[in-house]
Design a protein around this ligand. Structure first.
Ligand code: MN
Length: 249
């Protein structure tokens, strides 16, 4: 396709047309191409990875996540990871647009792909996990699984909060569904995620929280635990439930 055709097609489809990723990871399946999972990655026609729309205003999560943090986090940090990820892919020995396949062999692609690919994808999830209508507790099958694997929602909440708040240095807290169908809570350094072959705990991500200082320092300063506690007021459990049900098939 030449440039003129590309521009014409882009105009018809919209530059941010969502292309459902091909799911290669063993712990995911064909059902995962449905809505919630497909919305986690946006690509243009030429394969360039795009920042998905935030879906709410920078100030929509106030007072729990402040507008200035959102503006810099989405507009500068996440935009930077996205740009560097696309730049690194140009030179990578990887000829697929399947980000799940990329993560499952990320150890072979170098640190630029690992750090910026993780930075791109992990933030895509994080924005989706928050909503101005968020908070409360999960329902349905996810609520049952949380009770079965952690004892209760309260015990899960305490474990996730403590794990994220006490993670040493920059990184993310995670809830994931492992290959045996069990929910696990963990934290991973830098921009690693549970889809990566370098992760000691692997599975399908269902929830995360960014605990890099840039995610909370403007509003919470050194009080990371206060930020993690406030996160429960904005979690979009309907989205988390949809991911869980898609991962289950
Ligand atoms: Mn971040």
């Amino acid at each position: 396709m030449n440039k003129r055709e590309f521009i014409k097609r882009s105009a018809i489809l919209g530059a941010g047309t969502l292309i459902a990723p091909t799911i290669a990871s063993s712990c995911m399946n064909s059902a995962a191409q449905a809505g919630a999972t497909a919305s986690l990655v946006a690509q243009s026609e030429d394969g360039t990875f795009l920042q998905p729309d935030l879906g709410y205003a920078f100030d929509a999560l106030e007072p729990h996540v402040d507008a200035m943090t959102m503006e810099f986090h989405y507009g500068k940090h996440h935009a930077g990871y996205t740009k560097k990820f696309n730049a690194a892919l140009v030179h990578a020995d990887f000829h697929s647009t399947d980000i799940y396949k990329l993560f499952s062999s990320v150890s072979t692609h170098g640190n630029a792909i690992r750090n910026n690919g993780g930075g791109y994808f992990n933030h895509n999830l994080y924005w989706k996990f928050m909503s101005p209508e968020g908070g409360g507790e999960p329902e349905g099958k996810l609520a049952e699984a949380i009770a079965a694997d952690f004892g209760s929602f309260t015990e899960f909440k305490e474990l996730f909060t403590a794990t994220a708040a006490s993670h040493f240095g920059s990184g993310w807290g995670w809830l994931l569904l492992d290959a045996e169908g069990k929910l696990q809570v963990t934290s991973l350094p830098n921009q690693d995620n549970p889809l990566m072959d370098v992760s000691p705990v692997r599975g399908t991500p269902l929830l995360n929280i960014d605990v890099w200082e840039h995610a909370y320092y403007l509003h919470y300063q050194n009080m990371r635990k206060s930020y993690v506690e406030a996160y429960w007021n904005v979690i979009d459990w309907k989205f988390v439930q949809a991911l869980y049900e898609e991962a289950q098939g």
